[in-house]
Design a protein around this ligand. Structure first.
Ligand code: NI
Ligand code: MN
Length: 224
């Protein structure tokens, strides 16, 4: 599985013969790690409707024909724009041709840039190519993250930027509950407000858990 951090909450995964993009916020992202035309997803996951997550979904999905997956409200909004979409909701899983997807709880809010309600915010668990990946979306720490441990996740993307989401201290507690093999911090350093020391987070994670923390610069890629 190839994993590329696109900056902010944006992630590109190549696994099982498919390309997946989570939360493509590229063109208005001052710290974007890729150009939009480098991305050719089959599937776009949108964790919630805020502009820094919905982002470039319309343009990207229009060009590539990608399936947009998110809450029923996000899927309806995408369908109204003529995009292919599949609506789900929290607690639900679906077996797609490319793999299994579950939407999970996230404590946050979710409205589109035009004010349209986006349903509840979510996290996403994707099982593909024998790997299980969790993108937490924007969320606070919550105790039910402990249920995630049973999924034996290979990789978790957790926000550490604080202010709108968990900061590093809460994200460390989240790692202890979720117990992934690898964690990649996201949603930080995009703007001055979200400035964080990701290396300090990595040290704290690896000192107090058995999870390995990968700190990726925007645009950087790893193979797991
Ligand atoms: Ni948000
Ligand atoms: Mn956000």
């Amino acid at each position: 599985m190839k994993v590329r951090f696109l900056g902010h909450a944006g992630v590109q995964l190549v696994a099982g013969g498919h390309e997946f993009v989570f939360d493509p916020f590229i063109s208005n992202n001052p710290s974007a790690g890729a150009a939009l035309d480098e991305l050719n997803p089959d599937v776009i996951f949108v964790t919630h409707a805020h502009g820094d997550h919905w982002g470039d979904t319309p343009e990207l999905a229009k060009r590539t024909g990608a399936l947009v997956v998110g809450t029923a409200e996000i899927a309806d909004y995408a369908a109204d724009l003529g995009l292919k979409s599949h609506g789900m909701n929290i607690g639900g899983s679906h077996e797609f041709a490319f793999g299994r997807v579950s939407l999970t709880q996230a404590w946050h809010s979710s409205s589109f840039p035009d004010g349209t309600y986006g349903g509840t915010p979510t996290g996403v668990v994707l099982e593909v190519g024998g790997k299980r990946v969790y993108h937490a979306g924007d969320t606070s720490l919550f105790s039910d993250m402990s249920f995630m441990a049973a999924r034996q996740l290979d990789l978790a993307f957790l926000p550490i930027g604080d202010n709108y989401t968990m900061g590093p201290a809460a994200a460390l507690e989240a790692v202890k509950l979720v117990k992934p093999r690898f964690v990649i911090p996201i949603h930080y350093d995009t703007f001055p407000l979200l400035k964080q020391d990701a290396q300090a987070f990595k040290l704290a994670v690896e000192e107090s858990t058995s999870t390995s923390c990968l700190v990726l610069a925007p645009g950087e890629e790893v193979t797991l």
